[in-house]
Design a protein around this ligand. Structure first.
Ligand SMILES: Cc1cc2nc3c(=O)[nH]c(=O)nc-3n(C[C@H](O)[C@H](O)[C@H](O)COP(=O)(O)O)c2cc1C
Length: 222
């Protein structure tokens, strides 16, 4: 049994990467971690050139990744939420799994879990629900492909404005926008996946759920 984890976060060893890895480790299965920034994956162009062949006509790494997903027994998808929705790299990757759909439904029943990292924490009044938007994008993809959606965890990440050094003079300071007037880099702090019990335990739980589904499938096969 093999589970692959995909991270759409371009940042090295990011919260998203670590969350995806935690889910993978808890599956107890053989795993492979893939970082989308290391691949070139254009979005689907809607040409339907894959209808008869189950293979995309775009000659980039999307073909190899679709093959890896097809061969895997389960999938973990990690993304982040620029402008409060799923990042474009992760979205393009999901779109490029469309060739696996036609006639055979190669994704049907495959377990999938997601990890979403946001700059905006859940429940901030007046701000979009980034975690929910990102998670729903993957959940609805899974639903439309007939996959077994196991669930998601949302990690509170870091608004990029903490790195810029000019947020106090900035007309669109994300720190005060999210955390209120007077908030500073120091008062907000740096958010790490490992410090967030709900996300940490949630990731482990998701991995164990995937492991249980795969074990049950293994026993059925005999
Ligand atoms: C261009 C850009 C725009 C962003 N806009 C939002 C946003 O609207 N809402 C949000 O929750 N996070 C936003 N973020 C923050 C990311 O979600 C956050 O940095 C997240 O921690 C990245 O995940 P990582 O730490 O795993 O790389 C934005 C990040 C970038 C780079």
């Amino acid at each position: 049994m093999k589970v692959i984890g995909i991270s759409g976060s371009p940042i090295n060893n990011s919260n998203t990467d670590r969350g995806v890895t935690a889910v993978l480790e808890a599956t107890g299965a053989e795993t492979e971690f893939i970082k989308l920034i290391d691949y070139t994956v254009a979005p689907c162009k809607g040409c339907l050139g894959c209808l008869k062949t189950n293979r995309c006509v775009i000659k980039d790494d999307g073909i190899e990744l679709a093959q890896k997903v097809k061969d895997a027994d389960a999938l973990v998808v990690g993304g982040f939420t620029p402008y409060s929705t799923l990042d474009s790299r992760t979205k393009a990757f999901l779109e490029r799994l469309y060739p696996l759909r036609h006639k055979y439904g190669f994704l049907v029943g495959k377990p999938v879990a997601s990890v979403i990292t946001t700059g905006v924490p859940e429940g901030v009044e007046g701000m979009p629900p980034a975690g929910e938007m990102g998670a729903k994008a993957i959940q609805f993809f899974a639903m439309e492909e007939g996959m077994n959606y196991v669930g998601h965890v949302v990690i509170e990440g870091n608004v990029p404005c903490i790195k810029c050094g000019h947020h106090k003079e900035c007309a669109v300071d994300g720190i005060e926008m999210i955390y209120g007037p007077g908030a500073t880099v120091e008062s907000v702090g740096i958010h790490s996946f490992e410090d967030q019990e709900a996300a940490f335990l949630g990731a482990s739980d998701l991995g164990q759920k995937i492991g249980s589904v795969l074990n049950a499938e293994g026993s059925d096969k005999g």
